[in-house]
Design a protein around this ligand. Structure first.
Ligand SMILES: [Zn+2]
Length: 343
């Protein structure tokens, strides 16, 4: 059974609510379980395909929390995100199915994740499974059952209208999936080799919210078994990268990662008059984490960077509109920043 301290750590790492964690405390041991190979693969494909963080949402990369349960992992999605200064909003669940569900184009090319299938929709959410890793299951949680059905129906029509084939309900691999495996199978297998790492990050998605100082978080897959996370934060916003690294390296709660390379720019330049760096100066500390015996690298770029003046307070307004927690917002993007360049 988890102690109060362990429960607080689980909240920090997973992003889950204190209410839920207190209600389910009896059934858990401290720490975050590692995924089986099949489970890690579906989690890897989800995270690397989602391309989160290119809009403003309540939580970094639009994921509120992850919940590791027996036989499945649940991903709790934010409802909406805002992109750009105009505040154009879009639905995260719709974005997720567009990115993830496989389709075959007229030229035979594959869109989405090869072999990913919708197994069912229930009151919990959208159940996803890979044909070639069928003991793993991922459940996207957010919209109601009716809303999921509506999104799937609309997406299917969109795909058909574009002259493509929906593949996410086929019992076997579709033609585009077979072609993709033949042409890119070795690359796909190489990237899948780091699924233990990607899955480990997804299971600790809360860290980017609870333990990071960034007002803007983005990530992408570089293609050489490296996942890059870019954190844009204000000068002096806390916690700093060393505290974040300590959490990543916690023996029981963190993923099994060690620092492979690091470049720290924190103390390498003279402050400008007044002790503040020039607003236009972007400083980056770069850390690379890995496991000495396993494939995969996590690169985290801690960038000191104010929002562009013309976008601020647009950034804060977009985060507020998306429902970001006021306490978090005041930590990462306090209101006074908007006038910091007046001097
Ligand atoms: Zn540094």
């Amino acid at each position: 059974m988890e102690s109060h301290e362990d429960r607080r750590l689980r909240q920090t790492y997973t992003g889950d609510s204190a209410w839920y964690l207190a209600r389910t405390v009896q059934s858990r041991e401290p720490g975050i379980r590692a995924a089986s190979a099949d489970q890690a693969l579906v989690e890897h494909h989800f995270l690397s395909e989602l391309h989160g963080g290119f809009a403003w949402a309540a939580h970094p990369v639009s994921i509120r929390a992850t919940r590791v349960l027996t036989g499945r992992t649940e991903v709790l999605l934010d409802e909406q995100a805002f992109s750009g200064r105009g505040g154009h909003s879009y639905d995260i669940a719709e974005h997720a199915i567009c990115r993830l569900l496989p389709t075959g184009a007229t030229d035979g090319e594959l869109g989405g994740v090869r072999g990913l299938r919708v197994r069912r929709v229930d009151d919990r959410g959208l159940h996803l499974q890979l044909l070639h890793a069928s003991t793993g299951r991922l459940v996207l949680v957010g919209p109601t059952r009716e809303r999921w059905h509506g999104l799937l129906k609309a997406h299917r029509q969109l795909v058909i209208d574009a002259g493509c084939s929906p593949l996410w309900e086929l019992p076997q691999q579709g033609a585009a999936e077979i072609k993709f495996a033949a042409e890119h199978g070795s690359y796909e297998a190489s990237e899948a080799g780091m699924s233990w790492l990607t899955s480990g990050l997804l299971r600790r998605i809360g860290l980017w919210h609870t333990a990071s100082n960034a007002y803007c978080t983005r990530y992408w897959q570089r293609g050489d078994q490296t996942m890059i996370w870019e954190l844009r934060h204000l000068y002096r916003a806390r916690p700093m990268h060393d505290e974040f690294t300590a959490l990543l390296r916690s023996p029981l709660w963190g993923p099994p990662l060690t620092i492979w390379k690091q470049h720290c720019d924190c103390h390498s330049r003279r402050p400008d008059p007044g002790g503040q760096p020039h607003p236009a100066y972007q400083r980056q500390c770069t850390f690379e984490y890995h496991h000495p015996d396993r494939p995969g690298v996590l690169q985290v770029r801690f960038r000191t960077m104010e929002p562009q003046k013309r976008d601020d307070p647009g950034v804060r307004a977009a985060l507020e509109a998306a429902g970001a927690d006021p306490g978090w917002l005041n930590r990462v993007l306090p209101v006074h920043v908007e006038t910091s360049d007046a001097a």
